[in-house]
Design a protein around this ligand. Structure first.
Ligand code: KIV
Length: 269
């Protein structure tokens, strides 16, 4: 059973917290602009993540590290304008919370106040618990993010599956105890993700973490098959969007060149 799509009732933080007891799997997708936010919201997604993955899929960087807080605020504003039901959560980008709890709170406050985000997400477990607690204390809902945290890409030596059970269980607990209302678990073996889920009372949102999490999140460009050359193992493509768009653009170009577009149907008389 999913949260029912409804224009009148926005998805809330308490809806997330009660998802497990209601037997509801949570659906989350990324979006970075108004047009996609409208489509995802209309389709009934429970939450939209304005992820710092935009550094890669929108800006074309090889990591998310260059993304700034100003850019996250801008993209959050665009997404919020296209959303009537979904909860909008926004990533705190690299070096906007690592300095300490005060910096984290100031950054989170700007995402909510200037961007319109309903919640913020930040990477790290034990190491960021103090920052999470400071943000929660200001009544800003927080989602944690553990496992393969993309902002740690250089420490991990690449985007690699994380298998250290003791560390990941401790990270999950720290995030929960700091007051987060959900936690993203990224690129963790299925059994370990299930163990993490069972050890927590807040919902886990998996990406590359198997079917036992309380919800799932994917980068929208990945699940729409926008980039032919990018095929992470954990992604299911629900449409070959990249090929379809290229085909449509090529047809448009051909028709313009051949004088077939516009015809009388698209012309004013
Ligand atoms: O930035 C992002 O899109 C994310 C998801 C991959 C969970 O953090």
């Amino acid at each position: 059973m999913n949260l029912p799509p409804s224009k009148s009732k926005p998805v809330t933080v308490p809806d997330f917290l009660s998802a497990r007891s209601r037997g509801t799997r949570l659906t989350v997708l990324t979006a970075y602009d108004y047009s996609f936010a409208r489509l995802l919201d209309d389709a009934g997604v429970d939450a939209i993540l304005v992820g710092d993955s935009l550094g890669m899929v929108i800006q074309g960087h090889s990591t998310a590290l260059p993304v700034t807080l100003e850019e996250m605020i801008y993209h959050t504003r665009c997404v919020v304008r296209g959303t009537t039901r979904a909860l909008v959560m926004t990533d705190l980008p690299f070096m906007t919370f690592q300095v300490g709890p005060t910096q984290a709170l100031e950054s989170a406050g700007r995402l909510v106040k200037e961007g319109g985000a309903h919640a913020v997400k930040l990477e790290g477990g034990v190491r960021t618990a103090e920052a999470i607690a400071a943000i929660v204390k200001a009544d800003i809902p927080v989602v944690g993010h553990i496992g393969m945290t993309p902002q740690s890409v250089h420490r991990f030596g690449g985007f690699k599956v994380q298998r250290q059970e003791e560390r990941l269980l401790a990270d999950a607990k720290a995030v929960e105890q700091a007051g987060a209302f959900a936690v993203v678990v990224e690129c963790v073996p299925t059994d370990l993700a299930e163990k993490i889920t069972n050890s927590l009372s807040i919902p886990t949102i998996g990406i590359g973490a198997g079917p036992h999490c309380d919800g799932q999140v994917l980068v929208i460009q990945d699940m729409l098959g926008m980039y032919g050359d990018l095929r992470p193992k954990f992604v299911k493509r629900y449409i070959e969007g990249g090929s379809s768009i290229k085909e449509a653009v090529a047809t448009y170009c051909r028709e313009v060149r051949e004088g077939k577009f516009p015809d009388l149907a698209q012309a004013f008389q």
